[in-house]
Write a protein that binds this ligand. Structure first.
Ligand code: 3PG
Length: 392
């Protein structure tokens, strides 16, 4: 796969697929991490006097123009971050957009309106892809977070443009995640949490043969506890995944992976409670639910991370949005960040939790992907990456 440095971008119209699917609050960007993550690619392209055309989706407008999902606020924020004007096109295809794109001078930047305002984007409609490709002399994908979607701007456009390659963000994601799958520094620990086992089975099964330690927290730990024969009171668990959880526990044992499950929990009557009670695993009252790992479990997890070579983290260990249930995630994350290890994290909730703990910068690598991060770790081929590989 070529990278942007190997492409003839000087004074050319370079169509860069970015993922500016950012959280918005009252029309303002609540978190600009995904914008910042593309700056090295954009600055490099500007240094080469490229004419930059940026394309992204925002939310899921289902092929309709939804004004609240306009990328206009992103153009404004990006101008600020780049320190130069970012022009904004009222659409992503059509005559007016073509005029704007063809009028770009070297070193200018144009952001197109939300790709998903057209149904052709998610349907990977060839006509829509061709209309986008018309704008491009060179195609660059710097949108790792959407590489698991076979959408027009991800897989269609590169099939109509000769010169294609990866931006720095995408190249770095592939490098880190591939090295993790191919040659992780041992011992290798996976810290996994979040609500559902169902979304993590693929990752667990693919990583298990590479792991030394598996630490399970969050509501998904309840399903594993039930699989292990424990009672979890009124806690959320996925009944239909108990058998799957049993299989994972058996496979872990067969493969010599040490599994760490909670030994105590913070329980409460509801998720908005002001405080919870720390109870032993065998003492969860029938009318109470677990919302965080307990004090002993925090210690157990922290000790398990001592001296490991690689830590991968996905999913919070408790309902961290409520400060009463944030301690488990924060304390274990701090311990992970303090290790002399390669520390990697991915997923929207996970990154928010690390940010809340004030330690995101201490991690060696934070993926910009949510679904794409998980699918890569599941060992799946991502269509956006395959589309670029075909071109080399
Ligand atoms: C993400 O935020 O994971 C990506 O932008 C993909 O968004 P999607 O799940 O709506 O395709």
């Amino acid at each position: 796969m070529k990278t942007i440095e190997q492409l003839p971008i000087s004074e050319k119209r370079v169509f860069i697929r970015v993922d500016y699917n950012v959280p918005l609050e009252n029309g303002q960007i609540a978190d600009d991490t995904r914008l910042r993550a593309t700056l090295s690619t954009l600055k490099y392209a500007l240094s080469q006097k490229a004419k930059i055309i940026l394309a992204s989706h925002l939310g899921r407008p289902k092929g309709k123009k939804v004004p609240e999902l306009s990328l206009a606020p992103v153009a404004e924020k990006l101008s600020e971050l780049l320190g130069q004007e970012v022009k904004f096109a009222p659409d992503c295809i059509g005559e007016e957009v073509e005029k704007m794109a063809f009028a770009l001078a070297p070193g200018e930047v144009l952001l197109l309106e939300n790709l998903r305002f057209h149904p052709g984007e998610t349907q990977n409609d060839p006509e829509f892809a061709k209309a986008l490709a018309k704008l491009a002399e060179v195609y660059v994908n710097d949108a790792f977070a959407v590489c698991h979607r076979a959408h027009a701007s991800v897989v269609g456009v590169p099939s109509y443009v000769n010169e294609c390659g990866a931006g720095f963000l995408l190249a770095r994601e592939i490098e880190y995640l591939s090295s993790l799958l191919e040659n992780p520094q041992r011992p290798f620990a996976l810290v996994i949490g979040g609500a559902k086992v169902s979304t993590k089975v693929g990752v667990l099964m693919n990583l298990l043969p590479r792991l030394d330690k598996l630490l399970i927290g969050g509501a998904m730990a309840n399903t594993f506890l039930v699989a292990d024969g424990q009672k979890v009171g009124a806690s959320f668990y996925e009944n239909e995944y108990v058998e799957e959880a049993k299989k994972i526990l058996t496979a872990a044992q067969e493969q010599g992976v040490k599994v760490y499950l909670p030994v105590d929990l913070i329980v409460a009557t509801d998720k908005d409670a002001k405080e919870g009670k720390n109870v032993n695993l065998f003492e969860i009252p029938e009318d109470k639910a677990a919302f965080d790992i307990g004090k002993e479990t925090r210690k157990l997890f922290a000790e398990a991370l001592n001296g490991v070579g690689t830590i991968v983290w996905n999913g919070p260990l408790g309902l961290f949005e409520n400060p009463a249930f944030a301690k488990g995630t924060i304390k274990v994350a701090r311990k992970a960040a303090a290790q002399n290890a390669i520390t990697m994290a991915g997923g929207g909730d996970t990154l928010r939790a690390l940010k809340q703990a004030g330690i995101s910068r201490a991690f060696s690598y934070l993926s910009t992907g949510g679904g794409a991060f998980l699918e890569f770790l599941e060992g799946k081929k991502l269509p956006g990456i395959e589309a670029l590989e075909k071109k080399s």
